[in-house]
Unconditional design. Structure first.
Length: 197
């Protein structure tokens, strides 16, 4: 998918992309990075990771303009971030089980640290979805929470990136790697060359 994006052209409960991870083991740490462009003003999902036993196992959700929510094991924290409606956003979130600390970065700038789910592990057998928020394992989508716009450069690591590396690069990810992405498109999803940096 190098140099390409997923375009979700319209509001829908049927359009999504299933991502197939390289590693199927419980996660005690992670770093998630992605880029997106949308002009939505309603709530929407950026990244949804569910397991058979846990809804919102890992969810990156935009609740409203300038307010991101990160869920771990269905427990959420909110991060405030500036919003530019005319430009894409580069988002990175990390979490470590030992401390429970989650970090959130937007366009290479830290947006703070918060604690949740200390000692927790993310389940291994996950359904990973772009474009929709899962209310059940791999389904039960709500069009009013669907993503409309473009998503690209999705990467997931099984460790917390060092601060100096956060958002500085997007390669070498070992769970989801945009350069060698395994995925299945469903519904009205279009792949096109990216126009944003």
């Amino acid at each position: 998918m190098k140099g390409k994006v997923f375009i979700f052209p319209e509001e829908s409960h049927t359009a999504y992309v299933s991502l197939i991870s390289k590693v199927k083991k419980p996660l005690q740490n992670f770093t998630l990075c992605l880029k997106a462009f949308t002009d939505l003003t309603r709530p929407y999902s950026l990244f949804s990771y569910n397991t058979p036993s846990q809804d919102n196992e890992l969810l990156l959700f935009v609740h409203k303009k300038e307010e991101y929510m990160l869920y771990i094991g269905n427990v959420g924290v909110t991060f405030k971030a500036p919003h530019n409606p005319n430009a894409p956003v580069h988002v990175c979130a990390s979490w470590e089980s030992a401390s429970g600390i989650a970090e959130f970065w937007v366009d290479g700038k830290p947006m703070g640290r918060k604690g949740l789910r200390k000692g927790y592990s993310l389940g291994a057998e996950a359904k990973i979805i772009l474009g929709q928020e899962q209310d059940s394992f791999g389904g039960k989508f709500d069009a009013k929470q669907s993503f409309v716009g473009e998503i690209w450069d999705v990467h997931l690591w099984d460790h917390v990136l060092p601060l100096k590396e956060m958002c500085a690069f997007c390669h070498g990810s070992n769970i989801l790697n945009w350069q060698a992405l395994n995925f299945v498109e469903n519904g009205y999803v279009v792949i096109k060359p990216k126009v944003w940096v």
